[in-house]
Design a protein around this ligand. Structure first.
Ligand code: NAD
Length: 333
């Protein structure tokens, strides 16, 4: 027996009531910062799922070779409005990842961080308004919280940014939410904690701690920790971050929110080193430099909102993620 038009109306009403995402048809995405560590993983995942993906990146640190051939890549600056106008045509939504991402570098060059991370975000929002693109996911950072005693870190606490990088990410959050509200652009900010995994950029002057320790351990070099190594971070594997980003494309009722994306666990530098020595099966020298500060003392993401709004459940434990990184990243072969 075929469905009557009354059945169809009833089913359509039920879907609307449940607010199920209309995700069955391929979507058209623009990803800024697409050639970066997280951007390339996201772009390749969306392309695998059958979506049309355009990527923009100025290649200041990104690597276009990391992108699958069916990702349409354009080299350019995120503040280049004519380029954005072209790239945004027919786009359903934007993932905005392009940013300068180093905390120590931001202390030296705060104006550059402001220009790219804040100015670039505003330029992108203006271009979205001009073209009529109505949804953006911003990658913010757990760094916006700074050093807070109350753990785990909930989105509702008042942020206490401790670096120009963190200030720039918080300002970008406020900008997208405020002008998004004024211009009827749906926005969500994902506060990503310490992401790691294959392909993470490793600038020699300030490499992120996870790939740096893996490489040092493999090469038999010394592992240096700032402070006494008791400071904790929430390390989250890249695939878990990508799953949250993908969910944010279509999740209902998230307009204007910021949502934590981490592992929900905290690991001290001492414990991270133990995991690194274990997975690399090495026994290098480890130096705790009491004269330097370990920075923020504790970081652990509260994931209640991410579970509720994005059905987000991180699935990769730290030692598993470290092994996957070693296996999948040719730089560790
Ligand atoms: P990444 O450096 O690998 O990626 C950033 C990309 O942006 C690079 O490819 C770079 O070339 C590009 N870029 C920089 N300036 C640009 C500009 N002016 N115009 C166009 N492209 C530009 O860093 P990532 O780790 O992949 O970070 C991606 C995003 O996630 C960033 O917004 C970062 O703040 C955020 N985030 C990352 C982490 C993490 O642990 N990796 C944690 C919190 C937040």
């Amino acid at each position: 027996m075929g469905a009557t038009s009354l059945d169809c109306i009833w089913i359509a009403g039920l879907i609307k009531f449940l607010q199920l995402p209309a995700y069955n048809k391929p979507m058209n995405f623009l990803i800024t910062g697409a050639a970066g560590f997280l951007g390339s993983s996201l772009a390749n995942q969306l392309a695998r799922e059958g979506h049309q993906v355009r990527g923009l990146d100025d290649l200041s640190t990104g690597n276009p070779q990391a992108l699958a051939p069916d990702v349409h890549f354009t080299r350019g600056d995120v503040s280049d409005r004519p380029k954005l106008w072209t790239l945004l045509q027919e786009v359903d939504m934007v993932y905005h990842l392009a940013a300068r991402v180093s905390v120590p570098e931001s202390v030296l060059y705060p104006r550059d961080y402001n220009n790219v991370n804040v100015g670039g975000t505003v330029a992108l929002m203006e271009a979205m308004r001009d073209v009529g693109v109505r949804r953006v996911v911003l990658t913010s950072s757990g760094a916006v919280y700074g050093d807070l005693a109350e753990q785990p870190l909930r989105e509702s606490v008042t942020p206490n940014p401790r670096s120009p990088y963190a200030v720039s990410k918080l300002a970008a959050e406020y900008y997208v939410r405020t002008i998004g509200g004024l211009w009827k652009i749906e926005t969500v900010g994902l506060r990503i904690f310490n992401a790691y995994g294959p392909g993470q950029h490793m600038p020699p002057s300030h490499p992120p701690v996870v790939p740096h320790y893996l490489r040092q351990a493999q090469r038999g070099g010394t592992l240096v920790a700032h402070g006494d190594g008791s400071q904790t971070r929430d390390y989250v594997y890249v695939d878990d971050v990508v799953s949250a980003l993908v969910a944010a494309a279509t999740a209902p009722n998230i307009n204007g929110l910021v949502i934590n994306v981490g592992s929900g666990t905290e690991t001290s530098i001492r414990d991270l080193i133990k995991h690194v020595l274990d997975v690399t099966n090495s026994n290098p020298e480890v130096l705790y430099n009491a004269k330097t500060s370990g920075g923020v003392s504790r970081m652990r993401a509260d994931l209640t909102l991410a579970h509720e709004k994005l059905s987000y459940r991180p699935s990769i434990k730290l030692d598993q993620g470290l092994r996957l990184t070693l296996k999948s990243d040719p730089r560790f072969k």
